[in-house]
Design a protein around this ligand. Structure first.
Ligand code: LLH
Ligand code: MG
Length: 379
């Protein structure tokens, strides 16, 4: 089988999510937005799909690299794309991830199996944590410790057994504020009592002393893990912090360098639990390499972010990987409603807080191709 085309379709939709100046998402007024579908086509009719990616990078860089290749040579293709990243700004890990996931989708569709079973299935459902959006200044949103507590209570009633707060970050006018972060954590713990695992992912640029202060408070509040309180490029600061805290420190999440960076963190003892998702690392292929790396060191890995690719990997992880990150959630947004280009959400959750891995072939996306055809963006 040979790849004959790599094609992108850009289409429009209405979004009620906005990004602030630092890139964090919040509810916003309805606006026009665009999404991209990447499609890999073969001479035998087999196709693979993934959403995301950059049209220019896919059509000018990825397509020439893929056409003529066997789509089952995922490792060869991934290694080649990784090497090309060194010199090309357009070739982000997110772009490589989109291509890699479309290839996995193609394999699953062709073989009529969900991706996690091709990887080597381990489980069919994963407990989820409610992952909040970052704090805001909107009345009744996520603007006070009390509103976080209200939202946590709502999530608990919905079935979640765990919740992670993303607290206030600039450009929120009062952020950053370690004491306020701790106040939100305390309000949530008091409201849900001991019935939920709780985690904190706060501002990512605190000083060592601020991070240590927050971590010690989280220990008192019996939090489950502490995530990215400092710049992840400063590995020594994470070694310093992890050595002093009992609460598990999780990371690195956003640091570049794929599985190599995770290996260095493990060797240096810079965190207790490793981290990474398909978009951070460059696809399912490197995330599985990281899973196996962690297994060799007896280190847990918490997968960063939701979505089809991360969920399929969680189904194939023989090491803990305790939770699926469901979100980002906000009291004003309906997460259970599918995006306009999907007929069903990819991560339905039951009343006990488990997300069931879709059994459809490939990544498990139920794509509304008519919607995409009817809403083209002419580029
Ligand atoms: O900063 C944000 O908007 C969130 O923290 C985001 O990066 C989220 O993906 C995350 O860190 N999850 O753990
Ligand atoms: Mg995080």
């Amino acid at each position: 089988m040979k790849i004959v085309d790599v094609h992108t379709e850009v289409f429009r939709y209405k979004s009620n999510v906005a990004r602030d100046l630092e890139g964090h998402t919040h509810p916003g007024p309805e606006r026009d937005a665009a999404q991209t579908l990447v499609k890999i086509v073969t001479n035998e009719g087999a196709e693979g799909y993934c959403f995301g990616g950059d049209k220019q990078a896919i059509e000018h860089l990825v397509k020439p690299a893929l056409v003529g290749e066997d789509p089952f040579y995922r490792e060869k293709i991934w290694q080649r794309l990784k090497q090309w990243q060194r010199q090309s700004q357009l070739f982000s890990d997110r772009v490589v991830a989109t291509v890699d996931m479309a290839l996995w989708d193609l394999a699953g569709r062709y073989l009529n199996q969900p991706v996690y079973k091709l990887l080597g299935g381990y489980r069919d459902k994963v407990p989820a944590y409610a992952s909040t959006m970052c704090g805001d200044e909107v009345e009744g949103g996520l603007n006070t410790p009390e509103t976080y507590a209200d939202f946590a209570e709502k999530c608990k009633k919905q079935g979640y057994s765990a919740l992670k707060l993303h607290t206030w970050m600039p450009p929120v006018s009062w952020a950053p504020d370690p004491k306020r972060d701790v106040a939100a954590c305390r309000a949530v713990r008091e409201r849900v009592r001991d019935d939920m695992d709780l985690m904190l992912d706060c501002w990512h640029h605190y000083s060592r002393e601020e991070a240590l202060y927050i971590g010690r408070e989280l220990e008192r509040l019996n939090f489950h893990w502490f995530e990215e309180p400092m710049d992840e490029h400063n590995t020594s600061s994470y070694v310093w912090l992890t050595n002093q805290l009992d609460i598990p420190v999780v990371g690195p999440e956003t640091a570049e360098g794929k599985m190599c960076t995770r290996a260095e963190w493990i060797v240096r003892g810079a965190s207790d639990i490793s981290r990474g998702g398909v978009a951070d690392l460059g696809g399912i292929t490197p995330l599985m390499k990281t899973v196996h790396l962690c297994e060799s060191f007896g280190v847990r890995l918490e997968v960063h972010g939701g979505g089809a690719g991360n969920l399929q990997v969680l189904g194939a992880m023989g090491i803990p990987g305790e939770y699926y990150e469901r979100g980002l959630l906000h009291p004003f947004l309906d997460y259970e409603k599918p995006a306009p280009w999907l007929k069903e959400i990819v991560d339905p959750m039951d009343g006990q807080g488990y997300v069931h891995i879709p059994q459809r072939p490939g990544l498990g996306l139920d794509i509304d191709f008519d919607y995409i055809k009817d809403n083209p963006v002419i580029t």
